[in-house]
Write a protein that binds this ligand. Structure first.
Ligand code: ADP
Ligand code: MG
Length: 676
């Protein structure tokens, strides 16, 4: 027998059991070996009965004092109990509704039992439904025992036995992580690791084994991603003759670029002369100056004789970008135009004409940019703002408006770098991790619901002194069984409580046109207080607003809170963010504290990942990550780093030099595990 033998050939596995395994995608011995335990039971130490305490999970070695006695307490409730003893004492064992258990024991015989000690109604210590084996022929006692994510219809014992056999039958496994990589990163050899991931000699060995498989899983993922990226790199790209011209723009800016901005611009310039199509993601906190970087790149593209396009997720953002870029490019004779869905037919026709003829150098718009009727004379550079709002398909459509134009994607949702490498595998990444000097960080407070009145009085006073404020709620309208704040009701309440303040309401269920109207009112200052759902998350800029109140803040991801908070503090005034939470547990408290102490989006996203785990962190957003069998993207981030380093070494040498690894990567890719 070998790794590829069907599970069916293992002793004790009949057709029926084999089918249960198959239902979970487990067919061969190899499949079985890679079914890793979800936890372990430490049955390595036998405890004297006398020393067993309530709540403990223990192994005892004891003889049967009297064979199980059955009694019905109700018609359908059978209790079987028996007493067992060792040198130190006696304890009661209990089973519920198990007709057959009494046949399994004989008076005076010795067994090993494993289970949790509880206290009966009469106050005596007992173990309910312990696992047991006959003393002397025990297989799964006296050591650390794996607990598997159970294929339905199979007991732990069946899987444990099958696994033990599989390990034996598989024989010596071939190593496929190259020795030089294993030595360099101190990764355990596969035979040791396989034995100890299933039946650890001790917890130290388990740790070493687990580390190996985490490393392996992440390494193969990373290698597969590298492969795919390599393939996608094939597109040749436009060559910009003159990249130095960019200084003509940056030197004239009213401020000195930050180091991070300069670094990013250099990376873009390098890409635009590489001969390959640029596919670059710029990640940076709100206000870190991504737009300035994009503008410089657009300037360079136009100077090189190409048109540029910039796509924003909302009408308002598109208009804001158009305004600011028009101002920036005014002195250079560059023609910036707008294209959005809400423009009149006549305006649209003019814009489409200007794009197609080449009269427009820069076209800024919404989704309207990727409609079929939009054509460009010579599109060489595209920018997608706030990329997580755009799918891969939409980006592709924008790219298709030119012949392999360079693409710059901007994101204000910082995520830990190691994760970004996986999530955005097709992209090169620039990180702007430095804010322009002189920014006053937003002061953030976390308060309890009973402070609400004071909070809103503070907001009102601030508005009366000429500023504006946002209030964000998790819900649009009242729903059953929910005591979360909803925007509709709160807007009404606030308008009633503060009749002198002009209050607006905005949420995702409104028509785009109505939303725009409200936002317009807020931008122009006609509205002073905006009650909204997270629709305001995306980069709208109202410098006069300096307070952000967030209701039921515990309901939001930290990165999202950070993003929302970035809406204020864009002017010179001290800005405040007030997080209101009702109740909340330790984790809520920690999460809110993180917001109060840090203004660093990268730090915050890392904490969020840590406190909530990857599932919640990514929320419902399609992230395209394959499900990890053993690695935890936060807990194992150190190993993740190492595996990325190792993957780079291997990719640089050429994966084809390592056939076994290449095969593993191929399997991962062909399984379409990676969606993206
Ligand atoms: P982002 O798009 O990353 O949120 P912006 O590019 O909109 O940030 O920049 C926010 C504000 O900071 C803008 O008013 C911009 O003019 C200004 N700004 C950008 N870079 C700098 C810099 N290096 N020094 C000072 N101010 C800057
Ligand atoms: Mg921006």
């Amino acid at each position: 027998m070998g790794l590829d033998s069907p599970i069916r050939y293992l002793k004790g596995i009949g057709e029926k059991r084999a089918a249960e395994f198959a239902a979970r995608g487990l067919y061969t011995v190899r499949d079985l070996l890679y079914l890793f335990p979800r936890s372990y039971e430490d049955r390595s130490k036998i405890k004297p009965i006398e020393q067993c305490a309530e709540g403990e999970t223990v192994c005892i070695c004891a003889s049967v004092y009297n064979a199980p006695a059955d009694r019905y307490v109700r018609r359908n409730m059978l209790i079987s109990s028996m007493q067992v003893f060792d040198d130190s004492g006696m304890i009661n064992l209990v089973w519920y509704n198990n007709k057959y258990v009494k046949n399994n024991f004989r008076e005076g015989e010795k067994y090993i039992f494993f289970g949790k000690i509880s206290r009966s109604k009469q106050g005596r210590l007992q173990i309910t439904a312990p696992v047991y084996e006959k003393y002397g022929s025990e297989r799964f006692m006296g050591r650390i025992i794996p607990i598997y994510p159970l294929p339905r219809g199979l007991s732990q014992k069946v899987v444990q036995s099958a696994m033990e056999l599989a390990l034996k039958e598989a024989g010596r496994l071939d190593e496929y992580i190259p020795d030089e990589i294993r030595n360099r990163y101190k990764i355990a050899e596969i035979n040791f690791a396989m034995q100890n991931i299933h039946f650890p000699a001790d917890f130290e060995s388990y740790n070493i084994a687990r580390e190996r498989f985490v490393f392996e899983e992440l390494l193969i993922l990373q290698l597969a991603l590298n492969e795919r990226k390599g393939k996608n790199k094939a597109n040749s790209g436009i060559y910009f003759e003159d990249v130095k011209c960019i200084r003509g723009f940056t030197d004239e800016l009213p401020f000195e670029l930050t180091g991070a901005q300069k670094r990013t611009i250099n990376e873009i310039c390098r890409d635009c002369r590489s001969g390959r199509q640029m596919n670059r993601l710029v990640q940076g906190d709100v206000g870190s100056g991504k737009t300035a970087v994009a503008a410089a790149a657009i300037f360079m593209a136009v100077k090189n004789g190409y048109q540029a396009a910039m796509m924003a997720p909302t009408e308002i953002l598109a208009r804001q970008h158009c305004d600011s870029l028009s101002k920036m490019f005014k002195n250079y004779g560059m023609n910036v135009i707008l294209l959005t869905g809400s423009m009149s037919a006549k305006e649209k026709r003019a814009a489409l004409g200007a794009a197609a003829s080449g009269e427009a150098d820069i076209v800024i718009g919404t989704h309207a940019l990727i409609q079929d009727n939009v054509e460009f004379a010579k599109l060489g550079f595209v920018v997608a703002d706030e990329q997580h709002r755009f799918g891969v398909e939409q980006r592709a459509k924008l790219l298709a408006k030119g012949t392999d134009p360079h693409m710059l994607i901007m994101s204000a949702t910082p995520i830990p770098r190691t994760l970004a490498l996986i999530l955005y595998v097709d992209l090169d990444i620039s990180i702007i991790d430095e804010l322009p000097p002189g920014r006053k960080p937003v002061k953030t407070y976390s308060v309890n619901g009973n402070m609400r009145k004071r909070v809103y009085n503070f907001v009102a006073d601030n508005i009366r002194s000429g500023m504006q404020a946002y209030v964000v709620c998790p819900l649009v309208a009242e729903t059953e069984n929910s005591d979360l704040e909803n925007a509709e009701e709160l807007a009404e309440k606030l308008a009633k409580a503060y009749p002198d303040i002009k209050t607006g309401l905005m949420h995702g269920k409104m028509k785009a046109k109505d939303k725009d109207e409200i936002m317009e009112g807020f931008v122009s200052g006609k509205l002073q207080l905006l009650v909204a759902t997270t629709v305001i998350e995306v980069g709208v800029n109202v410098p006069n607003s300096n307070i952000m109140v967030i209701e039921n803040a515990e309901r939001f991801g930290l990165s999202q809170l950070h993003q929302l908070r970035g809406r204020v503090g864009r002017g010179g005034d001290q800005a405040h963010c007030i997080l209101i939470t009702d109740g909340g547990n330790e984790i809520t408290k920690k999460r809110m504290d993180t917001m109060c102490i840090s203004n660093d989006g990268f730090y915050i996203s890392e904490q969020d990942l840590k406190l909530r785990g990857p599932g919640d962190f990514f929320g419902t957003r399609q992230h395209g990550l394959p499900e990890m069998k053993i690695a935890n993207l936060f807990e194992d981030r150190n190993i993740l780093k190492l595996s990325q380093e190792a993957a780079k070494l291997i990719t640089d040498t050429g994966l084809d030099r390592y056939p076994p690894l290449m095969k593993k990567c191929g399997e991962m890719l062909s399984n379409e595990i990676i969606m993206n």
